[in-house]
Design a protein around this ligand. Structure first.
Ligand SMILES: CC(C)(COP(=O)(O)OP(=O)(O)OC[C@H]1O[C@@H](n2cnc3c(N)ncnc32)[C@H](O)[C@@H]1OP(=O)(O)O)[C@@H](O)C(=O)NCCC(=O)NCCS
Length: 221
């Protein structure tokens, strides 16, 4: 059992608290948030400490962290919080639902959030800080990059790649062997049959690239 601090106070942090509390061996002991967002000393009956001071109250040698945030700005906000936690030398725990099917040789990085009814078949890899919301299928030997957000009921077939920061909307489907490039936004219900290019918005069946930068669409810059 590890004691951990949740970084964030939004809905993802509330959900992370719920899942760690009721479905993990770990114990959440506090919340932390950047000082400008601290509004009260307690949240969900636990102390709230400014992120700037967290290492003195909860040193990284004794406590782990989970950075919890939404997929906004094509996962840049999540990636930034994860980087800040790592800069303070925290080990970032991953949550994997007891109701997920995870084959024994699946590799999962730090700070991942893998909810109920995900299927992770043999030899799949999930990079640091990836979110797999509920009910996805990740086929054998597929590689999901860092900071990705796979929403719900997405089917990623075998031998696929998903590049860093990419977002796959609900009910998207990816054919076997297809590489989704980095910084892609795949709209809900899209059917991706061939490799994609970086920084693209893809939608439809078959999925077509829109004349639009995914970063601009998601207000990264
Ligand atoms: C891509 C998305 C954000 C809509 O983008 P948008 O640019 O605001 O869409 P608009 O409603 O302005 O539509 C623009 C065009 O794309 C089409 N379109 C929008 N979403 C589409 C989709 N998912 N598939 C196919 N076509 C779509 C519209 O019909 C419209 O076409 P038109 O110009 O010929 O009329 C939305 O479809 C989506 O995928 N949201 C993600 C939902 C999700 O997965 N949430 C996860 C919760 S955890």
């Amino acid at each position: 059992m590890v004691d951990l601090v949740i970084y964030g106070l939004g809905e993802t942090a509330v959900l992370a608290h719920e899942y760690f509390l009721h479905d993990s061996e770990h114990r959440v002991v506090a919340f932390t948030v950047d000082r400008s967002y601290v509004e009260s000393e307690q949240f969900r009956s636990l102390p709230v400490v400014a992120f700037e001071d967290v290492a003195s109250s909860f040193p990284p040698s004794e406590y782990a962290m989970f950075a919890a945030s939404a997929s906004s700005r094509l996962n840049r906000d999540r990636a930034g919080m994860f980087a800040k936690a790592k800069d303070k030398n925290y080990r970032c725990l991953s949550y994997v639902s007891s109701r997920a099917f995870v084959w024994h040789n699946v590799e999962i990085g730090e700070n991942c959030f893998i909810l109920e009814h995900n299927t992770l078949q043999p030899f799949t890899k999930v990079g640091d800080n990836a979110v797999l919301w509920s009910g996805n299928h990740v086929g054998h030997r597929t590689n999901i990059g860092r900071h990705c957000f796979i929403t719900s009921h997405v089917v990623i077939s075998g031998y696929c790649k998903v590049g860093d920061h990419s977002f796959l909307g609900v009910n998207a489907a990816v054919a076997d062997g297809v590489s989704i490039a980095a910084d892609n936004y795949v709209a809900m219900g899209s059917v991706v049959q061939k490799d994609t290019q970086e920084d693209g918005v893809y939608q439809g069946n078959p999925a077509e690239r829109r004349n639009l930068s995914a970063k601009r669409f998601c207000k990264v810059r």
